[in-house]
Design a protein. Structure first.
Length: 136
């Protein structure tokens, strides 16, 4: 089971790291084969050497996990909120459109749930405005 998990997760992590490194050092994700293989070998061997020569690898993993957890819990939500406020200040039309889209994404689902709970048939709600004689 662990082999299946590793064989599925390692390529995803490797792709993410490779993309970040290509953008950081080369400015693009399109590189020649020599650089591609060098980065892949580097991504694989650097952690290997840490695991081989540092006996307390768990402490490195613990520090890395605590730092990334701190950023995900405390820093990313604040940055996201500040980015939203910046958009509202610099471009209020875009902010209004984003908020309107957000409401449209969630409200129809909520309305359909309420209609189903109330026993309202959605087909009966669609009424032709010209032919209303059968409703009276």
């Amino acid at each position: 089971m662990i082999y299946i998990q590793l064989s599925c997760s390692y390529p995803l992590v490797n792709h993410f790291q490779r993309t970040v490194l290509f953008n950081l050092f080369f400015g693009t994700t399109e590189v020649d084969d020599k650089k591609f293989y060098a980065v892949n070998i580097g991504i694989s061997t650097v952690p290997l050497f840490f695991a081989l020569f540092y006996p307390l690898i768990g402490s490195i993993i613990g520090v890395a996990a605590s730092i990334s957890g701190f950023f995900m819990i405390y820093v990313v939500p604040v940055i996201t909120y500040l980015k939203m406020k910046k958009i509202e200040i610099e471009n209020p039309i875009l902010a209004a459109a984003l908020q309107e889209n957000e409401v449209e994404l969630f409200v129809p689902e909520f309305e359909n749930t309420l209609k189903e709970e109330a026993g309202v048939d959605n087909n009966k709600l669609l009424v032709d405005t010209e032919d209303t004689s059968d409703l009276i």
